[in-house]
Design a protein around this ligand. Structure first.
Ligand code: ADP
Ligand code: MG
Length: 288
């Protein structure tokens, strides 16, 4: 027989801004044991702001910001966009050459003939640039020019207003484990995990390491229990596609994410995941 209840469930979900691509995915929400989240754009707003600028002794704040803005001009990464926005002046693209975005690291580019790097500790290590270790909480973007360390900028992203409520509701609905995966620094990840009371967090992961970590977590699930991944598609479409239930943030999310996902949250609110589970539970009651 046709499970009419599931069609009703998909309709109820869509009226709540939750696009479900098939009744089997709604059904699977009833058996979720673990939910794995991406950080940026998923639990946080993905709107970064420059909070402080720390030039090394021979540089001014203005010069450091300018070099950073030129290096980041061609990148679509939210970190890059926050730096360009802060600079708030014209940038002459014609002087940018050999631009390269190194996934999970940052940018390598030539400004005229000078080689500039903008990115995290991994990037500095890759090019053997000694950098300042900072204790500030935030995403740190180190800048180097021609092998000289110029200083760093601290960028901050905010939690979405309903992230805390979202995690709490999921716990109340019986989700056993909530996990966050991120390419961002350990300090940033730990601070968020504490605020949200997440069970586990793994930081400083490259995109392929996110897939590997997800597979490890999947193996720890008990038999028949399902695992969901929630992401925005910036570097995480492979994990979205691999999860029993891939959930994408649809508002800010990329087309790749929406395509790879089984469920799309049109409003970008993580608390909608709990709503989807509630709809799945009541739908099951109608069907059986
Ligand atoms: P997330 O897992 O938080 O979505 P990403 O994989 O997009 O993170 O990026 C991981 C890290 O790589 C960032 O936190 C940042 O340190 C560095 N990074 C990536 N792109 C850039 C960029 N354009 N400029 C500076 N740093 C970058
Ligand atoms: Mg991301």
């Amino acid at each position: 027989s046709i499970p009419l209840g599931f069609f009703g469930g998909i309709g109820a979900a869509s009226r709540n801004g939750i696009l479900v691509k098939g009744s089997n995915f709604l059904e699977a929400l009833n058996d979720l044991q673990t939910i794995v989240f991406d950080k940026t754009g998923t639990l946080t707003k993905g709107e970064f702001n420059v909070v402080s600028i720390h030039p090394s002794s021979s540089y001014s704040e203005e010069e450091l910001l300018k070099t950073a803005a030129y290096a980041e001009k061609l990148s679509n990464h939210p970190i890059a966009q926050s730096i360009v926005k802060q600079f708030d002046d014209n940038i002459d693209d014609n002087i940018l050459h050999e631009y390269e975005e190194i996934v999970g690291h940052g940018i390598s580019v030539k400004l005229n003939t000078e080689h500039v790097l903008a990115g995290n500790e991994k990037l500095m290590n890759k090019f053997k640039i000694p950098f300042i270790q900072t204790t500030e909480v935030g995403t740190v973007v180190h800048i180097a020019k021609e092998n000289d360390y110029l200083g760093y900028l601290v960028i901050a992203d905010e939690l979405k207003v309903d992230s805390q409520k979202a995690i709490k509701s999921l716990k109340q609905l019986g989700i056993q484990k909530t996990v966050m995966l991120t390419g961002d620094a350990n300090k940033v990840a730990t601070s968020i995990a504490n605020k949200l009371q997440l069970d586990e967090t793994y930081a400083e992961l490259l995109p392929h390491q996110k897939v590997e970590k997800f597979e490890e977590i999947e193996k720890m699930n008990s038999n028949h229990a399902k695992i969901a991944f929630v992401g925005d598609g910036m570097n995480d479409a492979p994990v979205l596609a691999r999860a029993d239930v891939g959930i994408a943030m649809g508002g800010l999310g990329s087309d790749a994410a929406i395509e790879a996902a089984d469920i799309v949250i049109m409003t970008d609110e993580p608390s909608k995941i709990a709503d989807a589970i509630k709809i799945a539970k009541s739908t099951r009651r109608i069907v059986w």
